[in-house]
Write a protein that binds this ligand. Structure first.
Ligand code: 2PG
Ligand code: MG
Length: 401
């Protein structure tokens, strides 16, 4: 496929911050577009984010060579981008510019081939999955209570998620997530006396709690009240890099070591036995701490996000070290679709869980749902069933029904 133009638009994410929309025009006249999300609790190993003006310069710089090349696949296109950038952290062209181009190209090529994006991604990167992806669907990690960097509350833990198992039709699954979201809202209204509850960046409720374990009990009680115990679990994302200072965790007015923090997580599993997954329980610079939590929690998924930043080498390293049992996958952490799929393959090869995830600053782009389907991911993590996040829930219904 030949590309003859790149159009960049400065659009805005769900926090009202500027971000990029990339449109690539193929010679055939087909246009592929992608919108780039943005993180707030970002790993230091993430691909560089450049300004809109920088992205415009990047587009000008690559356009002549791009026009001269006939790309046979998304892989070939990404190789071209990576060669033009030539840096490990994508600082020359910009990781946000590159992921926008990479996904826009894949969308244009899928359209040329009259395919869904997930079909092209599956064919290129996960051909052995094709039978599985038609029957399986991922669990949904839905963030119902927001804390940490995503909300102005007293919670250090960033996310308290309901995990919906894929039972019944996709619409039925999502109707249950919405029912639970409302039930948790009712419970919090009764507790706080607020007529309207404040919401955090990902649409979850944002109120103060007596301690960081209390939201788990609210979620567990609401799940029980709706008789969803068999079809819902609970997950948290501590995003612990955010409260790690000088080798200790600043947590509930104490300075904790990793083993002390691991004891707190163990107490959470006792308080809410439905807790099945803990993301970034420790800071990105404390891989040893992840290993300590993993040893302490046994069966609970220990998931890397800031630790692994969708980088295949890091994913392989920390899985081989035994620090984690699952990974978060965010295309904009690494900067191309191909490297995103490499990170997924590195995790799946090692039998690890894969959770394809949104960012806290989101756009209307729904490609993560397609990537999850193409690779038969274990789960998608897409925030509360509200506001801009609903686009991903609805795309889930569309492509898994
Ligand atoms: C996370 C994400 C998404 P952010 O930490 O997992 O929930 O947050 O996009 O701010 O990094
Ligand atoms: Mg995270």
């Amino acid at each position: 496929m030949r590309v003859n133009n790149i159009v960049l638009r400065k659009i805005f994410d769900s926090r009202g911050e500027p971000t990029l929309e990339v449109a690539l025009a193929a010679n055939s006249g087909i246009i592929g577009t992608a919108q780039v999300p943005s993180g707030k609790s970002r790993g230091t190993g993430e691909a560089n984010v450049v300004s809109f003006e920088h992205a415009v310069r990047s587009a000008k710089a690559i356009l002549p060579a791009m026009r001269r090349t006939n790309f046979s696949s998304p892989k070939a296109f990404d190789r071209f981008l990576m060669a033009r950038d030539g840096t490990a952290d994508k600082r020359r062209l910009g990781g946000n510019f590159m992921i926008g181009c990479s996904l826009a190209f894949a969308r244009a090529m899928a359209a040329e081939k009259k395919q869904e994006l997930w079909e092209l991604v599956e064919e290129c990167y996960f051909p052995e999955k094709s039978a599985a992806s038609r029957t399986e669907r991922p669990m949904i990690f839905s963030n119902l209570i927001n804390g940490g960097a995503h909300a102005a509350t007293n919670l250090a833990v960033q996310e308290y998620m309901a995990v919906a198992k894929p039972v019944g039709t996709p619409s039925e699954t999502i109707a249950r997530v919405i029912a639970l979201y409302r039930e948790v809202g009712n419970a919090l209204q009764r507790r706080t006396g607020f007529k309207r509850l404040p919401l955090g960046d990902e649409g979850g409720y944002a109120v103060d709690f007596p301690d960081n374990g209390a939201p788990l009990e609210i979620l567990a009680r609401s799940i029980k009240k709706l008789r969803f115990e068999k079809i819902f679990s609970i997950a948290i994302d501590s995003a612990a890099s955010e409260f790690f200072r000088k080798g200790k965790y600043d947590f509930e007015k104490k300075r904790l070591s990793a083993p002390e923090l691991a004891e707190i997580y163990a107490s959470y599993v006792r308080r809410a036995p439905l807790l099945m997954s803990v993301e970034d329980p420790c800071a990105e610079s404390d891989a040893k701490g992840f290993g300590i939590v993993r040893a302490r929690l046994g069966e609970t998924w220990i998931v890397g996000d800031d630790l692994t930043v969708t980088n295949a080498a890091r994913v392989a390293r920390y899985l081989d070290d035994g620090c984690i049992t699952g990974v978060i996958v965010k295309p904009n952490q690494i900067g191309t679709l191909s490297e995103t799929c490499d990170a997924i393959a590195a995790a799946q090869k090692r039998g690890a869980r894969v959770i394809v995830s949104h960012r806290s600053g989101e756009t209307g782009d729904v490609s993560i749902i397609h990537i999850a389907k193409a690779c038969s991911a274990d789960a998608v993590k897409i925030g509360a069933p509200a506001r801009e996040r609903l686009l991903k829930f609805n795309e889930y219904i569309r492509i898994f029904s």
